[in-house]
Design a protein around this ligand. Structure first.
Ligand SMILES: [Zn+2]
Length: 265
């Protein structure tokens, strides 16, 4: 995988603590005016492309531990080995209540000959898709044992309806894509989609990228449901600073209820 730091984090984002604080205050106000009485805003974080220990992974885990915040970890089965599992688990510690270790594809490889990247798109047969999903599931079950939770995040946030049906038959509880993803899985399996992208935006100026991120946050929080996607390989000091401030806001606001996937089913 090739990771380039996004333009948003190539310099310091001006006035960041105030801007984030204002977004939270306004969005909470909107939510409280539209929602029934004291309903909470459900907030969850999903970190993709997990499986290889690194300084950035360590920093990510330490940041969530510092704030006592839950984190859903989307693990690529083909990247995980017994040695890597031991290293990752030595960082996350013995308290499992903070994490949701779940499946992120199998190889994290594109199989579509054209168009958007997908590992589990329409290009492969239903049999092949099923076989690979099962291989990935059993690898994670073997390595993570009872820490493994039956949730699936497709690489690039996309997969076919066949994939959703097979995951259901493999006893997965839900799929997590990006909000609005197609095809519609409503009648097949539950969706716990993210709606805020911290690190993979493709805007061509840092101002525009910041505006887009703040818009996403404002809309998501104001709707009472905020799922935040993280890619630690794309983070630098500026990105860790933003995440630190974001976690501070979520932790301090009583209206926000930090969740794991398990809390939605
Ligand atoms: Zn990924």
């Amino acid at each position: 995988m090739n990771y380039t730091i996004p333009i948003l984090y190539q310099k310091e984002i001006p006035n960041l603590p105030n801007r984030l604080g204002t977004i939270f205050d306004q969005a909470i106000d909107n939510w409280q005016r539209s929602a029934a009485h004291d309903a909470k805003i459900r907030v969850f974080f999903r970190a993709d492309d997990i499986g290889v220990p690194s300084k950035k992974f360590t920093k990510l885990i330490q940041l969530f531990q510092k704030h006592h915040m839950p984190l859903c970890l989307a693990v690529v089965p083909a990247w995980l080995t017994a040695r890597r599992t031991r290293e990752l688990l030595s960082l996350t510690g013995s308290d499992d209540s903070q994490w949701c270790w779940h499946q992120h594809g199998r190889l994290h490889k594109n199989f579509e000959p054209s168009g958007k990247k997908q590992e589990f798109g329409p290009a492969r047969s239903r049999e092949e898709v099923g076989h690979h999903l099962e291989l990935g599931q059993s690898r994670l079950q073997e390595l993570l044992q009872d820490k493994f939770s039956p949730y699936f995040t497709p690489p690039w946030n996309r997969c076919s309806l066949d994939t959703a049906q097979i995951l259901k038959s493999l006893n997965f509880n839900a799929i997590s894509r990006f909000t609005g993803a197609q095809p519609d899985f409503t009648d097949t399996i539950a969706g716990i989609d993210v709606n805020v992208d911290l690190h993979t935006g493709k805007e061509n100026s840092s101002e525009r990228a910041a505006d887009k991120l703040f818009d996403q946050l404002h809309t998501a929080l104001g709707s009472g449901y905020c799922g935040i996607m993280i890619h630690h390989q794309l983070m630098n000091d500026h990105a860790f600073h933003l995440l630190d401030l974001l976690l501070t806001e979520v932790a301090q606001k009583n209206t926000c209820e930090p969740c794991l996937f398990q809390d939605f089913s």
